[in-house]
Ligand binder design. Structure first.
Ligand code: GMT
Length: 375
């Protein structure tokens, strides 16, 4: 099948999932065409069956805001027509689903039928979607997609609660692709960040307010008061300054490492002992799943779709949003020598429910339903 994937190319989870999905489809023999404005962060090097079409953004002085959606729709029309795509799969509703609808209508006028799947990832519904100025467009796009998927049950029910949805929303959870262990290097890399007796706590995000990154620092401060440890923070965003300030205030600078943006986060996760995700809301929590998949237990908040991923008492613990003292106690409980191996195993076992081999066929089945005459 020839599949067009439209995504945000940045570090966000939706872009990561879309890219990994495309790579997996390509390795199964499908032809995958990524369409976006810059090379997707997780795309990596040259691979068979993968093509990348860049949407160029005109810098014309008349426009205060460049009409990306229009140029994206035009690019979709072009790629569908000349690469003879069978289906489009857009990740994140705004503006990808509306651009896909526009492209579909343009192609229809030329006698070409192209179905499109919209995958909802979270903030397109829970944050951005709540802004009333987006509501009519999102509702329309959901109802006019040929198929709609959500990455968790929680996101599905949020969508149904907030929008007048007349079409079926299928839940297809996120997944983790298999990674090659770099066991030999792990001990060496770990030794660069912490002594053998120190635990490493880790957090990865885009440092937006929804991630409550200052809570990460507060949890760490409480844990460190009782146990020697380090904190590694990966990512960058609007809350980073506030976090750096808090570290200085709490005199934690020596033990908190801000790595900034990292492409292959799995190698950081491999040296971590506990992953922290105290978000205000999270439709899924891909970073937590990635941590679990390499055997890192998670202490998280219990909102949104996180409880579908992190299982209390098995892969880690969950607490109410903002309960940093409770979260710190949970970290200490996980790190207790008599508990740690069990949580590590639990994290890996639960992550295996979200393996690529379990999730990929669900997308392929959906595509086949919309394009029945293609293998
Ligand atoms: O979390 C973000 O700020 C990025 C955002 C995105 O669209 O990339 O993440 C959302 O989609 C991810 C992939 O499906 C989910 O794992 C995240 O939980 C979700 N973020 C939120 O709901 C806040």
């Amino acid at each position: 099948m020839k599949i067009g994937i439209v995504l945000y190319p940045t570090f966000g989870g939706s872009g990561v999932v879309a890219t990994e999905l495309g790579k997996a489809l390509a390795s199964k023999g499908h032809q995958v065409h990524f369409i976006t404005y810059s090379q997707p962060v997780r795309l990596g090097s040259f691979r068979e069956n993968i093509f990348y079409h860049e949407v160029s953004i005109t810098d014309y002085p008349l426009f205060d805001f460049q009409p990306y959606e229009t140029q994206l729709a035009s690019k979709m029309v072009d790629v569908v027509k000349y690469e003879k795509l069978d289906i489009l799969h857009v990740h994140y509703a705004i503006p990808h689903a509306s651009a896909a609808f526009m492209a579909q209508q343009i192609l229809k006028a030329e006698g070409i039928h192209i179905p499109f799947v919209t995958t909802l990832h979270g903030t397109d519904i829970t944050l951005v979607g709540k802004d009333p100025s987006f509501e009519p467009v999102i509702t329309f796009c959901i109802n006019h997609s040929d198929a709609v998927t959500a990455v968790s049950e929680s996101l599905r029910s949020d969508t149904l609660a907030q929008f007048k949805v007349s079409s079926h929303i299928e839940v297809i959870p996120n997944f983790v692709p298999p990674t090659l262990p770099v066991e030999g290097q792990r001990a060496y890399i770990r030794s660069k960040y912490a002594a053998e007796n120190q635990a490493i706590l880790c957090h990865i995000s885009n440092f937006r307010p929804v991630k409550r990154t200052e809570d990460v620092i507060r949890i760490f401060a409480e844990v460190r008061a009782q146990k020697d440890c380090k904190l590694i923070l990966v990512g960058d965003g609007p809350e980073r300054y506030a976090c750096e300030r808090l570290c200085r205030e709490l005199k934690l600078c020596q033990d908190v490492i801000f790595l900034g943006k990292v492409r292959d986060t799995v190698h950081v996760l491999e040296i971590a002992d506990v992953f922290l995700l105290p978000s205000q809301t999270e439709s899924f929590g891909l970073a937590a799943l990635e941590a679990m998949s390499v055997g890192v237990p998670v202490v998280s908040s219990n909102t949104g779709g996180i409880p579908e991923v992190n299982k209390h008492g098995r892969s880690g613990f969950l607490a109410d949003v903002g309960q940093t003292a409770q979260m710190a106690q949970f970290v200490l409980e996980i790190l207790a020598p008599e508990n740690y191996a069990q949580f590590k195993l639990g994290a890996q076992q639960i992550a295996s429910d979200f393996s690529l081999e379990k999730i990929l066929p669900q997308y392929e089945k959906l595509y086949r339903k919309l394009v029945p005459n293609k293998p």
